[in-house]
Every structure is written in structure tokens, then in C-alpha cells.
Design a binder for this molecule. Structure first.
Ligand code: GLC
Length: 575
């Protein structure tokens, strides 16, 4: 790329990140009301008895999904794959893997979902492919093939990289990103995650002229990769998809610590997308909403990766993982909210009106709501109250709505023992439907199941919880109904912590939009707690949802007094 064009895109990107551009949320209107339900397709519902979930299984359960109150599905990758990383190692981006069905089945899924008012989003694994992908096999042969420049082929490990590991926050590659190969073309290729996942070539932010393999982002190879990505997007959007969650979106361009080049690439792709598919959504796995918003994404996650994570708030001590500290949502009441609050408010203030932050209830890489000793109905309801009353876009991970348990001690299933998070299988076990064989997930024999079903005799199931008015499922439904009907509780409603950030139990926050106001009081700790907050000038406060309510809210002239029972949640409508 020429020097002056670098300067222009740098200026644009900096302006966008600092909030001077993109003043309004340009997501399609429906996104402001979207509530997502994430499906890990191998584990949701098996319709043909082979022990692995499939598209027909999902179609059979669409009425249930709709009944939760969600309105959009996001599927982990369903494309042809070697399954060395749970489907994130794609061999053919243009076909549904046969374990799930066919492309025609996908079209049927979309039709059946749309009939019920449910939208369907897919996973775009933009950064890498399987090492068995035909593009890679061809690229491997030499520099003169159709797909030669789709990948990055260093002829050596440069001295300045030797001994360094990839930086997990900035994404700057290390010696561990170089995979030794006997391809004949070159002794190394660059990978993204596992060795079997060669990185697609989006170029380098600042190519080193001494390193011939480092191409500028607008070189022919990287530009061809971008066209291919647009082609994949168009292929599935034309089959009726409503959008994509983009895997590892922030790290497509190599050695781009400030992310300006990655932002530029996504600005180009997202502008094309928005012009061609104005009703489509783009969600990023970026974990820095300021940056992803500037790149044109409508929604970004705050979860376990990068600096802007929710680990201190959410991750519970279990099995030697996800325990950076005592989490806020642990019953011991020893957590804090300051760390999360500072990170969250920085992002919230910078992206409000531009894009949405999602705090997911869990996902296929992290622990579930029900993890470790956060396992009672009350604890789960308190935590769920938080996730469904925050601004931005809720994402419910399949099974979290019934409180499925994060399973410990599982083996490595299709790459589930991830690089940083070792037990991803614990969150990928079969959905628990009813009391029939394998909890209704599959008619297959136990040993043929994708992963074992929770063996607890009292495991939660959809059938049980559907009938029980006090269940987590029905509580989730109640919260989503409340959210749907309230501008204050919606994705766009204002959010303000009204309790003292340094006295975290209970956490009290106000959601508001004009005259519509709600107050949320959360006490995940085992101790009852009292707090007073500056007067909110309330005439009446009506309790509209909550759990374990031995609490109260007493408005006063100067201050309002709040009592929160042990492990409790209270949601008040204020007038
Ligand atoms: C994302 C996915 C994760 C996968 C990785 C590599 O982080 O969520 O499951 O292993 O990318 O594709």
C-alpha cells in the first residue's frame, strides 16, 4: 500500500475509534430488539440417532426456542470440517457438513425459523481454514496456483520473533505462530489457533521489506481473500441467513497491535455488506467494542478474551479453570465489581448509540451460568437477572435457560481442550430435553453420543422446567417479556450504576428511557445486605420481577433505602 493511503485510513480509523465518525447506530432496526440464542449444533438435538445433533433436530425444536422469548439464532460453524476444532477448521465454506445435513436442509431451517419470526445467523470463520481445505492444499504446492497467496509462507523464523509467544491481547504473532511443514513450497506457514488452522492471508499492517512473505493488506493475495470472504457471506445471505458472528475478527491482519489495519479491512467488508444486505447483522468476536464498532460491527462481546473481559464478574471457581479471582457472582460475597465496571463503562460510553455490547450467559469456549458452587436455582436466577437486564444484546447459550451444569472431567472432544481454556467440552454437552433416553437428545447408545449427557439424576430438563412456574426457564421467559415491552430495559435504554462501585453487594443500577425507569438490585452473596442510594425521586416502586425477595425499596427525600435478602434479585418499575 502507498504511504498516503496508509495515512488516510489511519486517520479515518482513529476518528472512528475516538467517536468522531459513525455517530449513529447503523444496525438494522430489528437488531435493537434482538435476543440471541446460541446453538452448538453437535449438541442440540439429534434427529437421526447417530449421536450428534443436526439441522432437522433444530427444526424440530424451533417452537421451544421461540417459547423462550428469544428471536435470533446464532449457530457455531455448520460447514464441512475436519472437526479438529469443533468445526472452526473448515474444509469447504460453501457446504453444510454432512453430520448436520445438506445445504437444502439449511434453507429449510431458515424458512421454518422465519415462519416463526426467528432470524438465523451463522459463524464466519474469516481468519483461517482447515489444513485440509482445497485452497490450502493447492497453496502448498507453490506460488503459481489459483490459491497460492491465500496463506502466508515464511521462509524462516526471523530473529526478532524467536523465543516469543503470540501476544494474546495485541495478536502480534510469535514463534508459536510458525508451523513447520514439509510442503516443498516453504518450511513454514502461519497459523491462527491450532497447527491445523493455517491463517488466511489478509496481509501485515507494516510489512517488513526483509520478510518477503509479509504482504501489504491491499496486495493481490489479501484482496483475493477478502473477495472470497464476501463471496461466502453472499452465498449464505442469499440462502436466507440474517447475518454472521465473525470468529477472531480482530486478528485477521498480522502484526497490527493498534488494530488500525484490521479495522480498515472490516470497514471495507462491512460497507460492502451493509450496501448489499442492509437487513443483515454483523457481530464480532473482537472483545473491544470501541474498535469493532469503528470496523462496522453492530455487536461485540465482552467475555473472556483480551483486556475488556468480564472474568472478574462472572467466572466461578471450578476445576482449575476460569478462576482469575473470586468472581462477583459467587455466593461467598467476596468479589468486586470495580474492575469490570471500569472496563465496561469505558466501552459503554464510547459505543452508546453506535453499536451494542453483549455480555453472554456463556458460550462454547467458556463456563456456563451453572458452574462450580454457583449451582442453586436462586444463584442462577440472580445471575440471569443481570444478563437480561443489562443494555446491549443478550445472548443466551443453549441450556443456560434451564441451568444446565458446566461438566468437569471431560476428555478432549474435537479440539475442545483449547489452548488457554482446557475444558471447553464442559459447556458443550447434550441439551437436556426430558427424562427419556439420553435426556431426549438422541436415541443413540451412550458411547456414540457426541459428549456424555449430565448424569445427575436431578439434572434440569426442558420438560420439567416448562411445567414448573418457579423454574429458571420460566423466570427467563418472564424477564424477556419484561425486556421486550420496556424501552428502558431494551438494548438502547440508559444504564447507570447507582450504588457505590466500591461496595459491590448489592449492585444497584437504573435502566431508563424517558419516563420509563427500572431499578435492578442484585445480591449474589449469602449475606443479606443494606444500602442507601441518592434519592431517585420515586413516587411508587413496583416489584415486577425477582427472586428470593426478602428485600425492600424505600424511597426517601435525600436517599432511598434498599434491603436485599441473601442471594436475591429485585427488579422494580419506578414511577
Ligand atoms: C474462536 C472460537 C473458538 C475457536 C477459535 C479458533 O475463539 O470461538 O471456539 O477455537 O476461535 O477458531
Amino acid at each position: 500500500m502507498k504511504k498516503h493511503s496508509i495515512a488516510i485510513f489511519t486517520a479515518l480509523a482513529v476518528a472512528a475509534i475516538s467517536g468522531q465518525a459513525q455517530a449513529k447506530n447503523d444496525a438494522p432496526e430489528w437488531v435493537s430488539k434482538a435476543v440471541f440464542y446460541q446453538i452448538y449444533p453437535s449438541s442440540f438435538k439429534d434427529s437421526n440417532g447417530d449421536g450428534v445433533g443436526d439441522i432437522q433436530g433444530v427444526i424440530d425444536k424451533l417452537d421451544y426456542i421461540k417459547s423462550i422469548g428469544v428471536n435470533t439464532l446464532w449457530f457455531n460453524p455448520m460447514f464441512s470440517s475436519e472437526f479438529k476444532d469443533g468445526g472452526y477448521d473448515i474444509t469447504d465454506f460453501y457446504s453444510i457438513d454432512k453430520r448436520f445435513g445438506t445445504n437444502a436442509d439449511f434453507k429449510r431451517l431458515v424458512e421454518e425459523a422465519h415462519k416463526r419470526g426467528l432470524r438465523v445467523c451463522l459463524d464466519l470463520v474469516a481468519g483461517h481454514t482447515s489444513d485440509q481445505n482445497a485452497w490450502f492444499l493447492e497453496s502448498k504446492k507453490g506460488p503459481d496456483q489459483r490459491y497460492s497467496d491465500y496463506y502466508i509462507w515464511p521462509d524462516r523464523i526471523p530473529d526478532d520473533v524467536k523465543g516469543k509467544e503470540k501476544d494474546q491481547i495485541s495478536g502480534v504473532i510469535g514463534e508459536d505462530s510458525f508451523v513447520k511443514t514439509d510442503s516443498g513450497r516453504s518450511p513454514f506457514y502461519i497459523k491462527n489457533y491450532y497447527d491445523s488452522q493455517p491463517a488466511l492471508n489478509y496481509g501485515y499492517a507494516n510489512p517488513n521489506p526483509q520478510h518477503a512473505w509479509e504482504q501489504p493488506i491491499d496486495a493481490p493475495g489479501p484482496m483475493a481473500v477478502r473477495r472470497e470472504i464476501e463471496n461466502i457471506i453472499a452465498f449464505w445471505m442469499d440462502k436466507g441467513a440474517d447475518g454472521f458472528r465473525v470468529d477472531m475478527a480482530s486478528s485477521v491482519v498480522k502484526n497490527d497491535p493498534g488494530k488500525l489495519a484490521s479495522i480498515k479491512v472490516w470497514q471495507d467488508i462491512s460497507s460492502w455488506y451493509k450496501a448489499k444486505y442492509p437487513e443483515g447483522v454483523l457481530i464480532s468476536e473482537w472483545s473491544n467494542p470501541k474498535e469493532s464498532s469503528a470496523a462496522g460491527f453492530n455487536i461485540d462481546f465482552m467475555m473472556h478474551t483480551g483486556k475488556y473481559n468480564f472474568s472478574s464478574l462472572f467466572f466461578n471457581k471450578v476445576g482449575g479453570e476460569f478462576e482469575p479471582q473470586v468472581s462477583y457472582f459467587a455466593k461467598q460475597g467476596k468479589g468486586q465489581i470495580k474492575e469490570w465496571y471500569d472496563l465496561y463503562t469505558e466501552q459503554y460510553n464510547a459505543t452508546k448509540g453506535k453499536s451494542y455490547i453483549s455480555l453472554p450467559t456463556g458460550n462454547h469456549d467458556i463456563q456456563r451460568l451453572n458452574a462450580g458452587d454457583r449451582n442453586t436455582l436462586d444463584q442462577l436466577k440472580v445471575t440471569m437477572t443481570f444478563f437480561l437486564t443489562m443494555p446491549g444484546t443478550p445472548f443466551i447459550y443453549y441450556g443456560d435457560e434451564i441451568g444446565m451444569k458446566f461438566q468437569t472431567g471431560l476428555w478432549n472432544k474435537e479440539g475442545s481442550q483449547g489452548r488457554a481454556t482446557k475444558n471447553r467440552a464442559g459447556s458443550r454437552t447434550p441439551m437436556q430435553w426430558d427424562d427419556s433416553k439420553n435426556a431426549g437428545f438422541s436415541t443413540a447408545d451412550y458411547w456414540n453420543l457426541y459428549l456424555p449427557v449430565d448424569k445427575d439424576a436431578n439434572r434440569p430438563t426442558v420438560a420439567k422446567e416448562d411445567k414448573d412456574p418457579a423454574s429458571l426457564l420460566n423466570y427467563t421467559r418472564q424477564l424477556l417479556t419484561l425486556r421486550k415491552d420496556s424501552p428502558a430495559l431494551s438494548a438502547d435504554g440508559d444504564w447507570k450504576l447507582v450504588s457505590d462501585v466500591n461496595q459491590p453487594y448489592p449492585m444497584v443500577y437504573l435502566r431508563s428511557s424517558g419516563d420509563d425507569r427500572y431499578l435492578v438490585v442484585l445480591n449474589p452473596s449469602e449475606q443479606p445486605r443494606d444500602v442507601s442510594v441518592a434519592a431517585l425521586k420515586v413516587k411508587t416502586a413496583k416489584l415486577v420481577a425477582g427472586d428470593n425477595i426478602q428485600g425492600s425499596y424505600k424511597p426517601g427525600d435525600q436517599s432511598d433505602a434498599i434491603h436485599a435478602g441473601a442471594i436475591s434479585a429485585q427488579v422494580y418499575k419506578l414511577d
